[in-house]
Design a protein around this ligand. Structure first.
Ligand code: PSU
Ligand code: MN
Length: 301
């Protein structure tokens, strides 16, 4: 394992000294936002984590090396190449490593590499889940399986409504993954604070998040924990605007026959086109909001 893993000196020193570290994914950079906002956001997220007293570790595969703590040049490279970079989920990892390729890590793969490096808290925007129509397509993101087996706390703004939120919650329940609402009883839905679905538990402080995950780790219960942190009110989008864009994006994807690993990036991009810059601005703000909470939580773990 060690032979494939490169941890940056800064992240290595922080971990050795027991200082807080927050993992960040790279698919959000290459496949989740357009250039150059993707790179600007990635750098701003790193700075926010530092401002809140933790060390950021952006995770990617660089020339086949699992990398925890990308340099600004590496982030720029991933952002500029965009969707030409391979999107790497669990099943992609062996080939990308053996072929010494570059890869952008999804939530699943970022969790795997964070766990190898010894990082326990990970901030992102949205996670993959059970797609609408999964009864027939069986499209269920590997992110959910990873949450079931890999010990990392994932802080997100809730699953996007491109997914079937009810089935996503059912899947997580079956797999024994706690779904926590941060300061809310209701599952947030990424662009909006409301979904109509309840979370398993509401917790109100970073200390409580840290203590809950600590208890899970101490008991040896495998798997992670999903913290859903609602987008700040002033940045949230009108529910009907976003839901219309999502429905239209899904209809377009159906018509074009897009499926498999391409569907999530396609929908993210299409929603951004349909809502003009609005959804991108919301997306950036919710990631920063999650970075702040992750840094605060990591300090208590
Ligand atoms: N959802 C978002 N933004 C994202 C993703 C999902 O709102 O950027 C990305 C994440 O990297 C996530 C991946 O892990 O898409 C899920 O892809 P799939 O559904 O193919 O597992
Ligand atoms: Mn899928």
């Amino acid at each position: 394992m060690i032979k494939y893993l490169t941890v940056s000196p800064e992240v290595q020193q922080a971990l050795a000294a027991g200082r807080p570290v927050v993992a960040l994914e790279s698919t959000i950079i290459s496949h989740g936002m357009p250039y150059p906002q993707n790179v600007q956001t990635a750098m701003l997220v790193e700075q926010t984590i530092r401002d809140y007293g933790a060390v950021p570790a952006t995770i990617a595969v660089i020339g086949g090396q699992l990398t925890a703590g990308c340099t600004p040049d590496q982030i720029e490279h991933l952002g500029r190449r965009g969707t030409d970079v391979i999107k790497v989920s669990r099943r992609d990892l062996p080939v990308v490593v053996a072929e010494r390729e570059d890869g952008a890590t999804t939530v699943a793969t970022t969790m795997i590499i964070a766990a190898m490096a010894g990082i326990k808290v990970f901030a992102t925007g949205g996670i993959g889940g059970v797609h609408r129509g999964a009864e027939t397509t069986m499209d269920i993101s590997a992110d959910l399986e990873e949450l079931a087996q890999t010990p990392v706390m994932v802080i997100c703004a809730g699953p996007k409504a491109i997914l079937d939120l009810r089935l996503t919650l059912e899947y997580l329940e079956t797999k024994g993954v706690p779904v926590i609402g941060y300061g809310t009883d209701e599952l947030p839905a990424f662009y909006t604070r409301h979904s109509g679905f309840g979370v398993d538990y509401r917790l109100d402080t970073p200390q409580q998040l840290a203590a809950t995950f600590r208890a899970k780790l101490d008991m040896g219960l495998q798997g992670g924990m999903l913290v859903t942190n609602p987008i700040p009110e002033q940045y949230s989008m009108p529910a009907q605007v976003i839901s219309r864009a999502i429905d239209e994006a899904i209809a377009d994807a159906d018509r074009l026959g897009i499926h498999g690993k391409a569907i999530t990036p396609y929908l993210l991009d299409r929603i951004q086109q349909l809502t003009g810059g609005d959804s991108l601005a919301a997306n950036i703000q919710l990631v920063l909001n999650n970075a702040r909470l992750a840094a605060q939580t990591a300090r208590y773990l």
